[in-house]
Design a protein around this ligand. Structure first.
Ligand code: NAP
Ligand code: G4F
Length: 340
């Protein structure tokens, strides 16, 4: 009998890579999708005929119970969330409903309808926030700096609590930033690769960004979904930090991206009026803009993924340079063939 999986957030970046991985392993894959006035299945359209999509919303308890009853899953991956940190300051209550209470709703659906299923919660390095130690491990205390981070701390502890209270096989994956050509355009990496490709093709004049000094431990989403799967194959439920163990500034990501397109940048000015100048022709191509700074910043994230490596045998395959190259090439090709 093939294994059965249920994924919330299947239309998102990680959901699409995880669905591909599980189909490749012979799983029957079910996905929860919420109602929208226009379809947004672009990340899964190439595999849609092999998926069973079930209607449901993190705000609606009954729809989640129905989805679990219909899917009869061996494994449940809760990837759905309001996942953009910046938006969480504009919509803190909705972020709490989706990203915090939504976890309890999915856990309740599993407890009631499939208590033997293994459960994965998409926790986040954003929980470390104003970091208490570097690098960050499974034992590093949390100090979230955004309504999103606060909501993820709730989801993490809800997962731990259902494991301890009801004996659910519930795992929390504390994943550091992971990106891909399928990353949403609002996140900084994709904004940079898309923006730089547009400038190279003459479709845009400049790219406006916020804090260039923030440091992130960036990996490839296709690698990280393998860590999620491995957590649910382990012999006991546990929590794992997943990252590359390397960190870089936003500025480095910008420089690498433009370099991949043959543009070398020189930086002029300081703080909010800083500009990146294309050294070959003197044009300003990058400009910092106050609108993209955050009320409270997470300045530095750096993982210690030792436990994931030693217990799960997981290591990332794509490094930052490979990731930049993959993303900028995909955006350049997409835009140069007229797709916007
Ligand atoms: P994403 O691309 O933004 O995808 C989010 C998914 O959640 C989408 O499928 C979205 O559906 C769905 N969703 C949002 N609200 C929902 C609701 N009320 N009911 C049902 N579905 C809803 O995010 P991602 O990058 O794949 O991340 C996956 C998960 O990992 C998220 O929980 C995120 O917070 C967490 N995480 C991500 C990273 C990272 O670097 N990517 C790191 C750590 C943790 P629609 O398509 O309908 O909008
Ligand atoms: O790409 P970002 O928006 O990702 P952020 O805030 O780190 O959150 C992502 O990673 C988390 C894991 O740590 C996930 F849980 C979460 O769901 C999401 O996937 O911003 C990265 C950094 C920040 O420091 C931000 O201030 O880039 C800085 N930044 C500078 N200019 C910018 C911009 N971020 C965005 N989105 N847009 C800018 O123009």
């Amino acid at each position: 009998m093939p294994k059965r999986a249920l994924i919330t957030g299947i239309t998102g970046q990680d959901g699409s890579y995880l669905a591909e991985l599980l189909l490749g392993q012979g799983y029957q894959v079910h996905g929860v999708v919420r109602r929208s006035s226009t379809l947004n299945f672009s990340r899964i359209e190439h595999i849609q005929d092999r998926l069973t999509l079930l209607p449901g919303d993190l705000l609606d308890q009954n729809s989640l119970i129905d989805a679990v009853q219909q899917a009869r899953p061996d494994e449940v991956y809760n990837l759905a969330a309001q996942s953009f940190v910046q938006t969480s300051w504009n919509q803190p209550v909705l972020t709490g409903e989706f990203t915090a209470l939504g976890v309890t709703r999915v856990l309740e659906a599993v407890r009631l309808a499939a208590p033997e299923a293994r459960f994965y919660q998409a926790s986040s390095s954003e929980m470390f926030g104003q970091v208490r130690e570097t690098p960050q491990t499974e034992l590093t205390p949390f100090h979230p700096r955004s309504p999103y981070g606060v909501a993820k701390v709730y989801g993490h502890y809800a997962t731990v609590n259902y494991r301890e209270s009801y004996g659910l096989f519930a795992c929390s994956g504390i994943l550091f930033n992971h990106e891909s050509p399928r990353r949403g355009l609002e996140f900084v990496t994709r904004k940079i690769t898309d923006g730089a490709a547009r400038i190279k093709l003459g479709l845009a004049d400049e790219l406006r960004l916020g804090n260039l000094e923030a440091q992130r431990d960036w990996g490839f989403a296709g690698d990280y979904v393998k860590a999620m799967w491995r957590m649910l194959q382990h012999d006991r439920p546990d929590d794992f930090v997943v990252g590359t163990g390397r960190t870089h500034t936003v500025r480095y990501f910008v420089e690498q991206t433009f370099a991949a397109l043959g543009i070398t940048l020189a930086w002029e000015g300081r703080e909010l009026d800083e500009v990146g100048v294309d050294t070959a022709n003197g044009r300003v191509v990058v400009r910092t803009d106050e609108r993209f700074y955050r009320p409270a910043e997470v300045n530095l994230l750096l993982s210690d993924p030792t436990k994931a490596r030693e217990v799960l045998g997981w290591t990332p395959e794509v490094d930052i340079e490979g990731l930049v190259e993959m993303m900028v090439r995909a955006d350049y090709e997409r835009l140069s063939t007229g797709r916007r």
